[in-house]
Write a protein that binds this ligand. Sequence first.
Ligand code: TXA
Ligand code: MG
Length: 310
Amino acid sequence: MSEMETQRLACDASGVRTAADILCKGGLVAFPTETVYGLGADARNGKAVARIYAAKGRPAFNPLIVHVCSLAAARRYGVFDADMMRLADQFWPGPLSLVVPLAADHGLSPLVTAGLDTVALRVPEHPLAQTLLTEFDGPVAAPSANPSGQISPTKADHVIAGLAGRINAVIDGGACRVGLESTIVSGAPPALLRPGGVAQEDIEALTGPLARAGTGITAPGQLNSHYAPRAALRLHARTAHSGELLLGFGSVSGDLNLSPTGDLIEAAANLFGHLHMLDAQDRPIAVARIPDTGLGRAINDRLERAAAPR
Ligand code: TXA
Ligand code: MG
């Protein structure tokens, strides 16, 4: 991806205003939370979310945590049962992420949830994260602000060292208090997906024993519930065979095209939405060849999983 100048913003009202402005325009801003620095983008903007994956060099689309300023805001995007409400009341704001079913009319980009019908939501406690989320007044997708495979950043300097030239700005809020990622819990029945900043015992005091998540949830792309279309998927297609729908890319136009101009960021932003639209027609889907560079690797990773025998 092309290099850009990365601004270091002060931890004050004007820094937050600049950061919120960048988010509104679909840019990327790293910001401190009490756990680690997050790399934020507008969670409703598919292209902005695709830029997160490009900046991190993630080889796969792992679903991202959506950050909001309050439980009331979270309920616009997710449906909370009694257990999840109890956990949110007790631990938010704080280092806990809750995976809940998507609400109707949530408006989030399907790239944020990697096409799943659940979403991970978190209300961070860090005052600067709170101010930014309030000022932006929308959902912010944010994985840790480090290149894929490297250590999570707990200082603005770590972010600069890893991502300078690849993101628009970082707000310098000093060192993170917790220093390791949030605990992730999913509901019905409550299960621990990732240990983190809130102790398992403290969660179990409210929910009773947590179920064991047998999924390698922390390894990118290892979710066993990854989205796959109902119909068969055929890759590297030039044209549709009889009965197939064609998902195009670049000059291979089809029933839908991921990016007529061959832009991989645009293609990533469209991937899950286009697959859902074609899948609704219940016919086999052929997909044009996607170059295996940059975000194309993540797109191909996901397409290969969707095409694998099951
Ligand atoms: O402390 C944190 O949680 C930091 C700060 C920035 O908030 N964020 C963070 O995000 O660690 P990330 O993207 O590195 O971790 C997201 C984790 C992934 O392991 C992903 O698989 C899981 O959350 N996840 C997200 N949405 C999910 C979903 N719908 N179902 C299951 N797991 C989900
Ligand atoms: Mg991470």
